[in-house]
Write a protein that binds this ligand. Structure first.
Ligand code: ZN
Length: 160
């Protein structure tokens, strides 16, 4: 069986920056399960895994366009008083905030000038090349329910 649309694929992966820093890894924990063809993982990694079989190892460098996208826009100015008073703010800190219509948005502090905080709404890995080292550890057919939901079910399922 090889990886194609409609398969639930289980992988161990390590994500490294161009500077050699490990950004994320499943090694030492549970492998990641995803539904192939359902945009569960970044497009460049999904493309590199197509056609692979259990036991294959894949090394791939994904461009920002095939990863978390290019960096867009300028940092937005937010008054310091919009942040909790007791939190020491610093560049690089990540925040989640709820919009008036109930969506959760993530942003990162770019810089702080006096009483103004400049926040960046890009994904922290936007604009970055992503170096993936992957081992394929499982492939199975997705159930009809998984296909309908667009993600795998079972152990480690974050959706239910
Ligand atoms: Zn589901």
């Amino acid at each position: 069986m090889s990886i194609e649309n409609g398969k639930v694929v289980t992988i161990h992966y390590t994500l490294t920056s161009d500077e050699g820093e490990t950004l994320d890894t499943s090694v030492g924990g549970d492998p990641l399960a995803y539904l192939h063809g359902a945009n569960n993982i970044v497009p460049g990694l999904e493309a590199a895994l197509a056609g692979r079989a259990i036991g294959d190892t894949v090394e791939t460098r994904v461009s920002p366009e095939q990863g978390y996208g290019p960096r867009v826009g300028e940092p937005e100015a937010v008054p310091r008083v919009a942040f909790p008073e007791d939190v020491e703010l610093a560049p690089g800190m990540l925040f989640n905030a709820e919009t008036p219509d109930g969506r959760v948005v993530s942003f990162q502090i770019d810089r702080i000038e006096d009483e103004t905080v400049y926040v960046d709404h890009n994904h922290p890995l936007a604009g970055a090349h992503l170096n993936f080292s992957v081992e394929v550890v499982g492939i199975r057919d997705a159930s009809a329910e998984e296909q309908a939901h667009g993600h795998p079910h079972g152990p480690g399922d974050p959706h239910h």
